[in-house]
Every structure is written in structure tokens, then in C-alpha cells.
Design a protein around this ligand. Structure first.
Ligand SMILES: *Cc1c(COP(=O)(O)O)cnc(C)c1O
Length: 234
């Protein structure tokens, strides 16, 4: 068995154990395997081991890689998880099923425009700034609320908002990491209550170093790279 398939097994195992510890339903947490900086062959290895959902943070790298993988006959799903420039939205919409890193209304408008052109419905998560280190995410709660309100009013028919995403601060202080995840969950609960017509159930939080804490705090999606594919260059 290859390292990748062994690592996947071990991570899936730990996810199931964390679900149990947190009294969460089995399989309530989805694994996004983050393949950035790793080649198409590694992704295919993961697919052969039963993993069908991947995450990439650079659109150009992802497009080349996933076009190659799909041309080889595989049909993985892809989430874009990195900060997105407006001029990359067209490609992102083409290759992904979900854009997790939506952090401004301008981006939502561009996603709608590009998705409409190819008549595709794309899922999005609202990225929230919950820790001191990360600069990504909506800068004001006012703009976030505005975005969610517009979605609830049907302003973006090709976009399906599914929830929220965050990155915890890079620190060994687990109480700060936990606080960041709790902040995201509380925000989700508040907006889900205020906008019941939307299904904002997803919480994408937790990476290789902190996913077990994230699951304890309600993560429905964890994004794991290093612990599956190994260290990356760059
Ligand atoms: C790279 C990346 C991950 C995965 O990080 P690992 O520590 O390698 O598991 C998760 N989320 C985002 C947004 C990333 O850029």
C-alpha cells in the first residue's frame, strides 16, 4: 500500500474517532484532500484509494492538474480554497464544484456572471477572518450580512451558498485555535437563524494540525493536505 492510501486510511480513522468523541453522527465530516503543490499522479493515487474530493488554492495549477486527471477518465470533485482574484473566477467556476474562499461581494457577482455563462450552479462558502494571522476573509460583518441577504433574495441564481470557512491562527495555543472555530460556528448559527431560507449548514474548518479540535467544535468539512500527501515544496 502506498503512503498516500495509508495516510488516507489513518486520517479517515481519526476523523471517525473524533466524530464519536464529539457525539457527532458517523460520516458527518467530509474530507477535502488538499493536493496543492502535489502532482496529478498523487491525486490519482488518492482517487484509487477511494478519495473523490480535493482542494486546491491556486486556480491555474488546479486547472492544469485536474484537466489532466479528468482527461485520464477520473471524475473527482474539486473545491477552490485559496484567495481568488477576479480574473481567475472564470476558470475556477469551470473546474470546481465549490468555491470555499469567497470573501467579498464583488467576487460573488463575478462568480454569478461566469456560472451563468456556462449554465452551471456552483456552491460557495463565505470565508471568515477568525484568527489574528490570516488576512483572508470578509473584512466586515456588515458586508458579509449584505452578501447573505442578497443571496437570500435570489440575486445570484447560479450560486448556492452552503456555509462558512475559516483558517485558525498558526499557533500552538489550542485555546486560540478552538476560539476561532467556535467563532465560526456561532456566526453560522446566527446567520442560519436569521436567513432560514438558505441552507448554511457547512463549516469548513480544520487542517492537518488542528482538524480534531475543529471536529469537536462542529466542522462538517476538514481540509487536509500535509497529513495525506506529505510536505510540499513552496
Ligand atoms: C494548504 C491549505 C490547507 C491544508 O493545509 P495542511 O496543513 O497541509 O493540511 C487547508 N486550507 C487551506 C485554505 C490551505 O491553503
Amino acid at each position: 500500500m502506498s503512503n498516500i492510501s495509508e495516510n488516507l486510511k489513518s486520517i479517515q480513522n481519526k476523523i471517525r474517532l473524533a466524530e464519536k468523541r464529539a457525539f457527532r453522527a458517523e460520516n458527518s465530516v467530509a474530507l477535502v484532500a488538499v493536493s496543492k503543490f502535489h502532482p496529478a499522479e498523487s491525486v490519482i493515487e488518492a482517487i484509487k484509494a477511494g478519495q473523490f474530493l480535493f482542494g486546491e488554492n491556486r486556480v491555474q495549477e488546479a486547472a492544469a492538474k485536474f484537466d489532466e486527471i479528468r482527461a485520464a477518465g477520473y471524475q473527482p470533485n474539486l473545491h477552490i480554497i485559496g484567495s481568488l482574484q477576479r480574473n481567475k473566477v472564470k476558470e475556477a467556476v469551470r473546474i470546481a464544484t465549490c468555491i470555499e474562499s469567497v470573501d467579498r461581494i464583488e467576487l460573488i457577482e463575478e462568480i454569478e456572471k461566469q456560472a451563468a455563462k456556462i449554465n452551471k450552479t456552483i456552491e460557495i462558502l463565505f470565508e471568515i477572518h477568525t484568527g489574528e494571522d490570516s488576512k483572508a476573509g470578509f473584512t466586515s460583518e456588515e458586508e458579509l450580512e449584505n452578501a447573505i441577504k442578497l443571496c437570500s433574495q435570489g440575486a445570484f441564481p447560479h450560486i448556492c451558498p452552503r456555509g462558512f470557512m475559516t483558517m485558525a491562527p498558526f499557533t500552538s495555543d489550542t485555546s486560540l485555535i478552538r476560539k476561532s472555530f467556535v467563532t465560526l460556528r456561532n456566526l453560522r448559527d446566527k446567520f442560519q437563524q436569521d436567513y432560514p431560507s438558505l441552507k448554511l449548514s457547512e463549516l469548513s474548518m480544520g487542517m492537518s494540525g488542528d482538524y480534531e479540535i475543529a471536529i469537536e467544535e462542529g466542522a462538517t468539512i476538514v481540509r487536509i493536505g500535509t497529513a495525506i500527501f506529505g510536505e510540499r515544496q513552496g
